[in-house]
Design a protein around this ligand. Structure first.
Ligand code: SME
Length: 157
């Protein structure tokens, strides 16, 4: 079975997310393995938008541990409440960081990263992972990204 993504050419960001959502759902349907599904989601988001880095960190005790991702190598462990990822986990909410240099405690895995969005992935109300996306452009992410990335996070419920 071909797993090619269909991404409308010249479409707006919102239209791309709308086209992507059912395709991501279909990719995950019938596949219970979390790592396999995270790997495909990271790949699809990188393919569709060309983000600098897209990946998951999974909760392991009091830390987040690097999971499936696309992009340059990254830090492997992030403590609860640390960095953008650990803060999104602690506060159980999506964080949009327009300029990473202005986020106190930001963890720089790459000097090319300029802005970031982190979306908690929840199961039964508890955070089990975070979806982290970095851009090499300042102020790349907005409420449209937050809205659709949260819907993508809900696919793991
Ligand atoms: N910047 C993140 C660390 C993960 S990397 O961006 C891939 C943070 O501050 O939590």
């Amino acid at each position: 079975m071909a797993e090619d993504l269909h991404i409308p050419y010249g479409a707006s960001k919102e239209e791309i997310y709308q086209a992507l959502l059912p395709q991501l759902k279909a990719l995950m349907e019938g596949e219970p393995d979390l790592i396999a599904n995270m790997a495909n989601i990271a790949s699809a988001l990188k393919e569709a938008f060309g983000f600098f880095w897209v990946g998951f960190y999974r909760m392991a005790g009091d830390q987040l541990v690097l999971g499936p991702f696309q992009g340059p190598p990254a830090c492997t462990r992030i403590a609860y409440g640390r960095g953008v990822c650990g803060t999104a986990w602690k506060e159980k909410r999506t964080l949009i960081v327009p300029d990473v240099d202005r986020f106190p405690g930001h963890i720089a895995c790459s000097s090319f990263s300029r802005s970031e969005i982190v979306v908690p992935v929840k199961r039964d109300g508890s955070v089990t992972a975070v979806l982290d996306i970095d851009s090499d452009r300042l102020d790349h992410f907005d409420e449209v990204d937050a809205c659709y990335l949260e819907k993508i996070g809900e696919l793991f419920c």
